[in-house]
Design a protein around this ligand. Structure first.
Ligand SMILES: *Cc1c(COP(=O)(O)O)cnc(C)c1O
Ligand code: SF4
Length: 352
């Protein structure tokens, strides 16, 4: 059985993560054929509508490019024996990923066109995104960066100097977004180095940490990590990433609560995903659970059309219908903005 009753250090949690689809199936008591062609019902009321693609899990090409990676802490929230579990669907490679679908490519949001320095994305006014590392605490099959050339285009393992020089010479940048990959896969010493390097740059006032680690490996949120940001001179914001209420278990919520207690506001972004959260009921549950714990829903993203993720797409018209129901059922501050990212634009584009 899963030996994750006792919390382990987050680095060990990364080391012991499951790294193959066979391992994932074995851990959950699933057979390959359970993924074949079927249209399983969800545990809730609505049948899962697998729109265009049959679902089966043979040996797939894309798993060699973007390997399975699931920490036991996330695994423990997946229902054993259920091939249609909404958390499993986010991390389980299936054969539909190998389909070549028109309009789905390797760099759907045009990131590689806007890199003034290695690992630096400056698309929007006043804020700049640092691809701080290629590593993540989980591999999400729908990820728009699944083909991102991290080894050439992240600052992982390199010096922060070119980035710092870029910031120094762009005095209109007020906010630095730490992204990746997942910046919280960097050790505290590395993050401290970065915060220290940013500290003398007076026009930078805010740090925003985009991370899924508090959700997938919650023990990453240690007192020393909190202190690292809370004791800096920056207003620090966290943006976490959960798509389904089952991701938010007691440990996740209590760790995130500690960030908020320390004065760090926490927002959540989600991606609208077929078979995961494509219903108003599920998103109402997600948003309610978030605001009950002082986390504010920020964005609901339309899927970026990255190669291998077409089976996750929900048509925009359907997303708009879901948004209408969310507005009817939630307080205004609990309704995320439904947005799409388009290359060449200077902000996310709201879908209304
Ligand atoms: C999404 C994104 C941001 C942040 O956008 P906000 O609307 O401020 O959350 C910043 N830079 C890049 C390159 C982005 O893709
Ligand atoms: S954690 Fe974020 S960056 Fe990493 S695979 Fe998931 S969606 Fe992509």
């Amino acid at each position: 059985m899963l030996d994750n009753a006792t919390p382990v250090d987050w680095r060990f949690a990364m080391k012991r993560a499951i790294r193959s689809s066979d391992g994932l199936r074995a851990a959950l008591g699933l057979e390959k054929q359970m993924f074949s062609q079927g249209r399983p019902e969800t545990a809730g009321s609505e049948p899962v509508r697998l729109s265009r693609t049959p679902e089966y899990a043979g040996t797939i090409q894309s798993e060699s490019n973007f390997p399975t990676f699931v920490p036991l802490e996330f695994l423990s929230r997946i229902q054993p024996g259920d091939p249609s579990d909404p958390l499993l669907r986010q991390v389980m490679p299936i054969e539909a990923e190998d389909l070549e679908v028109d309009g789905y490519g390797g760099d759907p949001v045009g990131d590689l066109l806007v890199m003034p320095e290695v690992g630096v994305l400056h698309k929007y006014h006043g804020r700049v995104l640092l691809v701080s590392t290629g590593a993540c605490g989980v591999h999400c099959r729908y990820c728009f960066r699944r083909e991102f050339p991290y080894s050439d285009a992240s600052v992982s393992g390199q010096s922060w100097d070119p980035f710092i020089r870029y910031l120094e010479s762009n005095t209109d940048i007020q906010e630095v977004l730490l992204s990746g990959g997942d910046p919280l896969t960097l050790v505290d010493e590395k993050l401290q180095e970065l915060v220290d390097a940013l500290t003398p740059i007076r026009h930078v006032r805010r740090i925003r940490v985009h991370t899924r680690m508090p959700v997938v490996i919650p023990q990453r949120v240690t007192p020393s990590l909190i202190d690292l940001f809370a004791s800096s001179r920056f207003a620090t914001w966290f943006v976490i990433h959960a798509n389904h209420p089952n991701e938010l278990d007691a440990d996740v919520l209590s760790r995130v609560g500690k960030l908020i207690d320390a004065g760090i506001p926490v927002l959540n972004q989600a991606v609208l995903l077929r078979g995961v959260n494509d219903s108003a009921d599920i998103l109402v549950d997600l948003c309610t659970r978030l605001v009950d714990h002082r986390i504010q829903p920020y964005y609901l993203h339309q899927l970026d059309r990255v190669r291998g993720a077409s089976h996750f797409e929900v048509p925009i018209a359907e997303g708009l219908e879901i948004m209408k129901l969310l507005r009817q059922r939630l307080p205004g501050y609990a309704v995320p903005d439904y947005v799409i990212e388009q290359s060449g634009t200077t902000s996310k584009t709201p879908l209304v």
